[in-house]
Structure formats: structure tokens, C-alpha cells
Write a protein that binds this ligand. Structure first.
Ligand code: CU
Length: 371
């Protein structure tokens, strides 16, 4: 029998399943490898004090990106097993048609290879968009969603932009350029990194509501009594990524980890067999990214969330400073992001996960290895 994670009434079943599966691929000992030593925390650049909305930084760079929304078939649980509970998934139970942002060479000719700047460039999340204060980010965007043929856009958080570069659609101004590109259409956005842009921010699809055939979602009905689609369905399918802005005060780090919290609702995406809670396009321990650092290295996490849920990032064995206080758990809601640094000093294989129990069991767990 295949056991699954369900919300609500059937949760009780799931609990006993986890008991039965104890010792299959996951041991408690894993949590406690390595000795507990004190952690030297360092604070991030001070992005919290009041700064002018616009700045006079002159001579900023132009950071030009060619980005395409591509559709591709994607398995959220590629190993076929949740290392935490031992639950198994056949590929057709955890796969769906995804849409993700990918960075290309000029003219959208060739996808760029993965590197330390843009990340894996595999589509979920999209490429990391980087800027220093004073820089302008110019994105040449093209919709290549040949599977769903939905309209898509790009909308940034944290940067300075005009309404013409906002990328968000509304029925009130339905033909506004850049807010809902049809397949094959292109648009160029320009966004500026100002002093108040320092930190981590999401960008995401903000085109009109859409519905996948077979969807049983009622999310549109909650607002107006009429369901005419799911707002930001494109972002749920994978159209999101991280913006990272630094200034001259941002400390150098040896490692930087990008972590996106996002959730899939079966009612919205009927191709999947249940709801999934994901990190960077993957669900469950052994499938989500494994992050690695060495003792003595300065480590930075940039975390963000999209979707319909609030999350709590927790990393075992470590503490850091955020907003003037020490912590080992950080809450973030949809569209929020956080940046925090520490110096690695506690070797071992550790867990990072969302501490909301539903989400932890629904897939939001991963390994962090310190050597
Ligand atoms: Cu969560």
C-alpha cells in the first residue's frame, strides 16, 4: 500500500504511517551529527535604517538579461521517495507541466549554463537577478509557454520602477503593454536598484488569472462570487525567482544559498496527485536542494516565499542575527524575503525545513551539510 500525505481528516492516518516508516531512509541520529559549538553570528548589511527612496549613485552598471518563460515537464519528487517518511511516489503522481523563467544569450538564442551568479537556470526558480545600488536591470522578456499558451509577465519587488514597467495585469487596463504577453510576444522591462533595494526580493508572473482544464479550484469564488481563474497561476506553475541587491556595505560571503518556498494545490494543478510544499521546485528530503558549507566560511541565505501559505524557515544547529536579535527560525509570508549571514562553525549533516508541521510533512525539508 502506498501512503500519502493528506491535509485535514486523513492526517491521523499519515501520522501512523510515519511511525511505521521510522528508520526507512531517515534516522534521528542524522539530526545530531557533529558537536554543538558556539556560533559566531554576523549581521547583514544594515538595510533596515531609513534611506531615501531614490539615490544619487552615479555611474551604475546596466545589467541586461534575456529571459524566457519556458514550459517543460517536471517531476517534484525525482528520487521517487520522501527520505523523511519513506513514502514512495510514482513519476506520474508528482509530475506536471511546469512553466519557469530561464536566462538566455542575447536574442533568446541559447539558454545560459548554470553558474554562481544566476544559479542552476533550470527554470524553478528562475535566474537570480543581481544588482548593486545604482544599477539598472533591463530584462528582455519573451513568453515561450507553448504547453498551456497562457499569458505571462514579469513583476519585480524591491526595485524602483515606473507603472509602465510594473508587469501586473488588471481587467481595468487589460491591454497595458508588458502585463500579459501572449506566446511569442516580447517586452523589455527596466528596473532600478536604489538604496532601499538592498536585500532579497522575489520576482514573479503577474498576468491575468488562468485555469487549467480539470481544475476544481474555487479560489476565484472567494472574492467576487464568480470563479474566473486563479490569480498568479503562472507563479504557482513555477514562474518566480530571486532578486539580490547589494551595496558597498554588504559583506562578502563565501557561500550564498537561494531558497524559495512555494506550494502546489492539487485543485489548481490537477496533474499532480496531492498538494505539495516545495523548495526550489522540489518536494521532500532527498529531492530538495542539499546546501553545503565548510567550517570558517561566511554563509548567506536568501529566502523568499510565494503562494498562499505562511512559512517558518528553520535550520538545525545554527543561529544568526536578524533585525537586531538572535534567532534560528524566520517567518515569511507570500512575496516576503529575508537575508541573513553567519560564519559556519558546526560540522554535521543537518536539516533545514519549514517549521509549519503541514508544510514540513508536505515536502518542505532538506539537508544542509557542513564539513
Ligand atoms: Cu511552510
Amino acid at each position: 500500500m502506498v501512503f500519502r500525505y493528506f491535509r485535514g481528516k486523513e492526517k491521523q492516518n499519515n501520522k501512523s504511517t510515519i511511525e511505521k516508516n521510522k528508520g526507512r531512509g531517515f534516522t534521528r541520529r542524522l539530526f545530531f551529527q557533529g558537536a554543538a559549538t558556539s556560533v559566531l553570528a554576523v549581521s547583514c548589511s544594515d538595510a533596515n535604517s531609513l534611506v531615501p527612496l531614490t539615490d544619487s549613485a552615479a555611474g551604475g552598471q546596466l545589467r541586461e538579461y534575456w529571459i524566457q518563460a519556458d514550459s517543460f515537464y517536471h517531476n517534484l519528487v525525482p528520487t521517487g521517495i520522501d527520505d523523511m517518511s519513506g513514502t514512495r511516489y510514482a513519476p506520474n503522481e508528482s509530475s506536471y507541466w511546469a512553466v519557469g523563467y530561464r536566462a538566455y544569450t542575447p536574442g533568446w538564442k541559447q539558454p545560459l549554463p548554470s553558474d554562481g551568479n544566476i544559479g542552476a537556470n533550470s527554470g524553478i526558480p528562475g535566474p537570480v537577478l543581481r544588482a548593486s545600488v545604482g544599477d539598472t536591470i533591463r530584462v528582455h522578456f519573451r513568453n515561450n509557454d507553448t504547453h498551456y499558451r497562457f499569458c505571462h509577465s514579469m513583476h519585480p519587488h524591491g526595485l524602483l520602477y515606473t507603472p509602465a514597467n510594473d508587469g501586473s495585469w488588471s481587467a481595468h487596463d487589460a491591454t497595458k503593454p508588458g502585463t500579459a504577453l501572449k506566446v511569442g510576444e516580447t517586452f523589455t522591462y527596466e528596473w532600478k536598484a536604489v538604496a532601499s533595494s538592498v536585500g532579497s526580493w522575489p520576482y514573479h508572473d503577474h498576468a491575468m488569472p488562468a485555469t487549467i482544464a480539470g481544475s476544481t479550484s474555487t479560489s476565484g469564488k472567494e472574492m467576487g462570487g464568480v470563479s474566473n481563474g486563479i490569480m498568479e497561476l503562472g507563479a504557482e506553475l513555477g514562474l518566480f525567482g530571486m532578486i539580490a541587491v547589494t551595496d558597498s556595505k554588504t559583506p562578502h560571503v563565501d557561500r550564498e544559498f537561494i531558497l524559495c518556498f512555494h506550494d502546489f494545490v492539487e485543485a489548481d494543478v490537477p496533474q499532480i496527485s496531492q498538494d505539495f510544499d516545495c523548495f526550489n521546485g522540489y518536494a521532500f528530503l532527498g529531492n530538495t536542494p542539499t546546501f553545503e558549507a565548510k567550517v570558517g566560511e561566511r554563509v548567506r541565505w536568501r529566502i523568499m516565499a510565494l503562494g498562499s501559505e505562511f512559512h517558518v524557515f528553520h535550520l538545525h544547529g545554527h543561529r544568526w542575527q536578524l533585525n537586531g536579535a538572535f534567532t534560528d527560525a524566520v517567518s515569511i509570508g507570500p512575496s516576503m524575503a529575508q537575508t541573513f549571514d553567519y560564519v559556519e562553525d558546526n560540522p554535521g549533516t543537518w536539516l533545514y525545513h519549514c517549521h509549519v508541521t503541514d508544510h514540513f510533512m508536505g515536502g518542505m525539508a532538506g539537508y544542509y551539510i557542513s564539513r
